[in-house]
Design a protein around this ligand. Structure first.
Ligand code: FE2
Length: 306
């Protein structure tokens, strides 16, 4: 699918858009995504490229309508660690029961970076939300990269990072996931096999901006470095990514359709609503191989395989 970047003036968009913070994020209202025209979709896509995180209010969608809307953003990606809802294997239910103590997505990360071609867009449709709490934090990884010194930027641009689905720092995917008893898990014992090496700094192919692409949750090490050597730098970068000025805190309502660009953001689901149920339906969309910020030749000059 083709998207026309910078072709639409968001001020003329047929919906109401309210930025959530200075760094990223916006709320969208007065639009029905189920019947959105191609022209209006282009405005929405333009807003997505500009704000990276959109929370679209008041959507009532059947499973099929949700799937149909998601497919306008690209091909659906199957999440290997969830069975999905009945008849819709790609719609993952993310549910926290009142008795659950831990939540899903409670650590900073970009989605599924351990896949060879991770999803560009993640969507969450809020079905049940607590009366208070349950917000999601987002961070702008482009702003974080731009804040680094040229010396560190140059070094990072030559590095590749090993991303693992095993969640080693969180105790391993099996134990970690089974503590989240209300999820419909799958393939937990295969997480060790799911690993991908990506550039530590990726270029957003539609905006050409350079973005950090490592996290403490998924990145086990830099290629050619030990985990012990990698950890201090990963910790530092995670701290930079989550500086308050690069983040926004988004509030859900029942019927909010949240969607975000995994190429230039990280997120964290806040676990502050014990005793309440929260239910989301998730879709991940459009596989894309992360592109390095420097060319293949530069990789070959160093100690990296192109
Ligand atoms: Fe996530």
């Amino acid at each position: 699918m083709k998207h026309r970047s910078n072709a639409f003036n968001i001020n003329l968009a047929p919906f109401v858009l309210k930025p959530a913070a200075g760094g990223l994020g916006a709320y969208v209202s007065k639009i029905n995504v189920e019947s959105i025209s191609d022209l209006d979709f282009q405005f929405l896509y333009e807003a997505f490229l500009k704000y990276h995180v959109l929370f679209i209010r008041d959507q009532k969608l059947t499973h099929q309508q949700y799937l149909d809307f998601a497919q306008r953003w690209g091909e659906i990606v199957h999440y290997p660690f969830s069975k999905g809802v009945p008849n819709y294997p790609d719609i993952s239910e993310i549910r926290k029961e009142p008795s659950d103590t831990l939540n899903f997505g409670g650590e900073w990360h970009s989605d599924s970076t351990y896949l060879l071609e991770p999803p560009v867009v993640t969507m969450l449709l809020a079905l049940e939300v607590p009366d208070a709490g349950g917000d999601t934090l987002f961070a702008n990884t482009r702003l974080a990269f731009e804040s680094l010194s040229p010396g560190l930027q140059n070094m990072l641009e030559k590095l590749r990072a090993v991303n693992s689905a095993e969640l080693k720092r969180l105790g391993g995917r099996r134990d970690f996931s089974l503590q989240r008893g209300s999820m419909n898990h799958a393939n937990l014992d295969r997480a060790k096999e799911v690993e991908a090496i990506h550039p530590a700094v990726r270029v957003h192919p539609e905006t050409n901006e350079k973005c950090l692409y490592v996290s403490m949750s998924h990145t086990s090490c830099f290629e050619g470095w030990t985990e012990e050597e990698s950890k201090p730098l990963l910790e530092y970068l995670q701290t930079v990514i989550t500086r308050h000025e690069y983040t926004c805190r988004m509030k859900w309502e029942k019927g909010t359709l949240g969607l975000w660009d995994n190429r230039c953001t990280q997120h964290l689901a806040i676990n502050d609503y014990g005793g309440s149920r929260r239910t989301m339906h998730r879709l991940i969309v459009r596989s894309e191989k992360p592109k390095a910020s420097i060319g293949k030749k530069a990789f070959l000059k160093g100690s990296f395989r192109g």
